[in-house]
Design a protein around this ligand. Structure first.
Ligand SMILES: Cc1cc2nc3c(=O)[nH]c(=O)nc-3n(C[C@H](O)[C@H](O)[C@H](O)COP(=O)(O)O)c2cc1C
Length: 451
């Protein structure tokens, strides 16, 4: 497959809508003009994906956890549109697919709290129902609340989760190949619906799963659905470099993004994969307005709308220190840097507070942005172009600070600017999501034997 390059030799961006229905900014759901119910009103979800499709986005991606956000009190949760209250993603994705034509339909499913046969069957169904637009974001589920919702006292150990994920994924791949592409003859004359020689049992026996197969569906239109994954740890990156075709990541800055990009491409080559076939997709969270000052004003307005109880709990979790008894407009106290996983983000915000002399309220507001940056169409296009040109990204997983406003501005103002610069396509390609992403259709594991 050809690289995603335009005739001017520049890399063409892949654009994915990171569909956080309530907005990435904790305060934005309260803004005048934000929808009354941004998270469970189908009309809002529909309007968002249809807007993304109007902007020729490659896909929309539904994140998921099977429980509420775990590290907050009911009081803290109650002020957030991002508490985890959301539709079950396969149901929602299927409904949204019927309201769109070209855009890819990607969603999250966990390898820790599902059975592989069910997931393989769901994605094979979705792929056929969408005419080849399905994608699976493979997650191992880190939220302890999810473990509790599935009868487990404790979350499964990280390394075990990835071992289980590897078996789970191998089974899904095998099940998708249960029937050869041309197995179904449906020949009324002879009375043969499918050719039995083109049906394959799997008989997988692993440490975690035993699955006989075959899957009771034809091969997905795309061969296999497109695979996305967002591991950042050693085992997470190893999994992504073997299996993922889109890799989601949230780097703090350009050097870190370049390091991640180079590492994943190199690890993929180590698995005999073409590095062009693993697309690195950093997240970018945006407030977009016609001018720089309007965008900054909007961001500041969202900051003011963060409910303090919610914001302080989120900040306390981020800094790993309970700040609820401190004066909101007082200085940020001395906080020891910890060794835990959030260390880089903790350090980023502590350094920022010290450097800029921020109060607790100001730091709370800034951390509630979930990394959102505000800008004019030109500034945002500059940022996208810089990362594409510097081997930091093949595309972007685009979140928006507010439910609809910034996405609409992005589609109306930034997309034409990217197209003018020759770094984004003008139209959908005919065919499947794979065709649109420049990814090959995987051959069946039985193809070599059969031909
Ligand atoms: C952009 C992005 C989206 C993610 N979406 C989900 C999700 O929907 N559900 C989930 O459980 N985890 C999600 N994750 C978490 C990752 O699957 C992964 O667990 C995390 O990046 C930590 O990496 P590790 O698993 O290698 O430790 C996401 C991560 C990123 C960066």
């Amino acid at each position: 497959m050809e690289r995603m390059q335009s005739t001017n030799g520049k890399r063409q961006a892949i654009l994915m809508l990171f569909a956080e229905w309530g907005g990435m900014h904790t305060g934005a759901w309260r803004a005048p003009g934000s929808p009354d119910d941004p998270t469970t009103d189908f009309e809002v979800c529909k309007q968002m994906v249809q807007t993304a499709e109007r902007g020729k986005f490659h896909g929309f991606f539904i994140a998921d956890a099977m429980g509420l956000q775990h590290d907050m009190s009911p009081d803290g949760l109650s002020g957030s549109a991002r508490s985890g209250v959301r539709f079950e993603p396969m149901t929602l994705a299927t409904a949204l697919a019927t309201q769109t034509r070209d855009i890819g339909v990607l969603l999250t499913a966990s390898t820790t709290y599902n059975a592989p046969y069910t997931v393989a069957r769901q994605f094979a169904s979705l792929d056929r129902l969408t005419g080849g637009r399905a994608g699976w974001n493979v997650v191992t589920s880190a939220n302890p609340q999810e473990a509790a919702n599935f009868g487990l006292g404790e979350r499964m150990d990280h390394a075990l989760r990835y071992e289980r994920a590897t078996e789970f994924f191998e089974i899904c791949e095998g099940l998708w190949d249960s029937f050869d592409d041309d197995a179904f003859e449906r020949d009324k004359e002879s009375g043969r619906f499918f050719d039995p020689a083109k049906m394959h049992r799997l008989d997988y026996g692993g440490e975690y799963f035993k699955v006989a197969g075959p899957l009771n569906l034809p091969r997905p239109l795309q061969g296999h659905p497109v695979i996305a994954q967002a591991g950042s740890s050693g085992p997470g990156r190893a999994f992504a470099s073997r299996f993922a075709e889109l890799v989601y990541t949230m780097p703090m800055d350009l050097p870190k993004a370049r390091e991640f990009y180079a590492d994943l491409k190199q690890q993929a080559e180590g698995h005999d994969r073409d590095p062009d076939q693993i697309k690195i997709m950093p997240s970018l969270s945006l407030v977009v307005a016609p001018t720089e000052s309007e965008a900054q004003e909007r961001l500041a307005a969202y900051d003011e709308l963060v409910p303090p109880r919610t914001g302080i709990e989120l900040l306390s979790a981020l800094l790993e220190m309970d700040l609820s008894d401190y004066e909101l407009d007082g200085p940020v106290p001395e906080i020891p840097e910890t060794e835990l996983g959030a260390k880089t983000r903790q350090k980023f915000f502590l350094d920022k507070a010290r450097r800029e002399g921020l109060t607790i309220r100001q730091l709370m507001q800034q951390s509630s942005r979930t990394g959102a940056i505000a800008g004019s169409p030109e500034t945002i296009a500059d940022r996208i172009e810089e990362w594409l040109a510097n081997d930091a990204a093949d595309g972007f997983n685009l979140g928006f600070a507010d439910p609809l406003h910034s996405l609409t501005n992005f589609v109306d103002l930034v997309v034409p600017e990217l197209q003018r610069r020759g770094i984004f396509r003008d139209e959908y390609a005919e065919g499947t999501l794979r065709d649109n992403l420049g990814l090959p259709r995987p051959a069946s594991r039985y193809a070599a034997v059969a031909r």
